[in-house]
Structures are given as C-alpha cells and as structure tokens.
Write a protein of this length. Structure first.
Length: 279
C-alpha cells in the first residue's frame, strides 16, 4: 500500500475513534443536551485543542443542536504568545473570548520556588472561568481532561491525600451554578498526542505548572507508564474500576451503613443439639 494512503487511513481511524469515544462519554453522562451553550476552555495545549476540534465535528453531526464558544484565560505568563489562539480561532470561525487575569504573578508571589503551583493556579483559574460562564449564559463548561488525567488524579489522592476520588466526567460546582463536563474522559493521552501532531495544532507550552520536574503528577505518570508497558490495558482497567464501585466492599461508614447490619434468617432453620467432639 502507498505510504501516503496508509498514513491517511491511520489518521481517519484515529479521528473516528476519538470522536466515537467522546460521543460515548457525552451520551453516557448526558454531558450535552439540546440547546446547550458549551464553553470550551482553551489553554493552547494539545488536549484543549483536541477537545475543541472533536466537539466541532460532533456539533456538525450530532442529532441535537448545541453551540460552542471558546474561552482562553491569559494568565500573563512571560513569553505567552497572545496572537496564536485568536488567529487559530478566527481561522476555525469559532466565537471566542480571551480573558486577561494576572494569576501568574499571584501564584509566584505566594508559592516559593520549587514548590508545586498547581493547586493555587487551578483554583484561581476555576473562579474566573466559573464566573465568566455565568456572565455569557454558558450552560456547560468543557475541560480537556482525558482518561490518563483521571487515573493519575485517583492515585494522587490515594497516595497523598488518603482519599479515594478522581476527576468525575461530569461535575456540578459547589454552589450549583455551573456544570463541568470532560468529553475526553474515555480518550487516551497517547491518541490525543498523535491527533495533535497530525492536525498540526499551534501548541503553546506552559511554563507555570505542567512543566515542573518535581511535580508529583509526573511521578504518577511515570509509574502508570511502566505498568502499561508491562501489563497493557491496566490503565483502562483502573478507569473501569472508577465506573464500577461497590460501596459495601470498601470501608467508608459515612457512605455505607455498616453499623446497622442485621442478620436475615428464618428462625426455623437453626441447627440444634450441636455437640463438641473432643479428640
């Protein structure tokens, strides 16, 4: 087969797989409904570009009608190319907003060098984006987290917080005013990386959080990669376990009523005249 045709077929298969997986996640969790305005958070990384691209494809072919708007939060990172995202979005004919908020300086002033900045950074971003979604009437906020992100978060919480929780594919904010969706929840990072390369997205590197070498998430990612190499399919199995929870087989007495367990026996079935046998 002609190498060009082979590469083209491979790309088509990848696109179909990612759209199918995203469509399945959207359907399983009822992420997008008729008439929704979905605010797609675009950072300039491979995942958010892929999210927007896949949603644009689904928007054209889905049996329901919904609208998309892209939003980028310019955090005033040094060297951030301010023209890249607007140019791309104009070419794609996607309505968009660029919000400017200097969270970079806030994070750097509070977090000492060498310490992880992700916690504070994500809280600042979340507050800004949640508020803006309400301003423009967005009914859903779409984030680019994928299956690997979800599994990594599960282990981060287990190892460092002593909690059994990950990232839900769909989330209602604490104040009940925003719904966050993660349409890429069934997609693997390796596929999104390939997709970004062949789609030639104008990627913007992040030098604030994800590039920190001592980040615990990097260590978890390395652990999962070694598992996946030795036991292919293990990461997907771990993700499936998040979807298949048996509370009675865990130990949280706030979620399962262990205290009030009662025997359910027919009183007429007890054995009588049991004698101990001495050896």
């Amino acid at each position: 087969m002609d190498p060009y045709i082979k590469k083209s077929n491979s790309r088509k298969k990848l696109t179909k797989r990612l759209r199918r997986l995203a469509g399945s996640a959207i359907a399983d969790y009822k992420m997008i409904e008729e008439g929704d305005l979905v605010m797609v958070c675009l950072s300039g990384g491979k995942d958010s570009y892929a999210l927007l691209d896949i949603l644009l494809g689904l928007c054209r072919s889905a049996p329901i009608s919904f609208d998309l708007v892209a939003v980028n939060l310019d955090q005033k990172q040094p060297g951030f190319p301010e023209d890249v995202l607007p140019k791309y979005l104009e070419m794609q004919k996607v309505p968009f907003y660029v919000l400017e908020k200097d969270t970079y300086s806030v994070v750097k002033s509070v977090i000492p060098d060498g310490k992880t900045t992700c916690g504070l950074c994500s809280r600042l971003r979340r507050g800004t984006l949640y508020g803006f979604a309400q301003e423009i009437g967005a009914t859903k906020i779409a984030l680019g987290h994928h299956l690997d992100d979800i599994v990594e978060t599960l282990f981060l919480n287990m190892f460092f917080q002593g909690k059994l929780k990950a990232m839900p594919p769909k989330l209602l904010s604490d104040d009940g005013k925003n719904i966050v969706i993660r349409p890429l929840s069934y997609c693997r990072e390796k596929d999104l990386l390939r997709y970004a390369k062949y789609r030639e997205f104008p990627l913007i590197p992040c030098n604030l959080c994800g590039s920190q070498e001592n980040l615990q998430r990097v260590k978890i990612k390395s652990m999962l990669a070694s598992w996946e190499k030795e036991f292919p399919g293990r990461v997907e199995n771990i993700f499936r376990s998040i979807q298949n929870i048996s509370l009675s087989q865990l130990g949280d007495f706030n979620l399962h009523n262990f205290a009030d367990m009662k025997l359910e026996r027919d009183s007429g079935l007890y054995l009588h005249n049991i004698h101990a046998v001495n050896s």
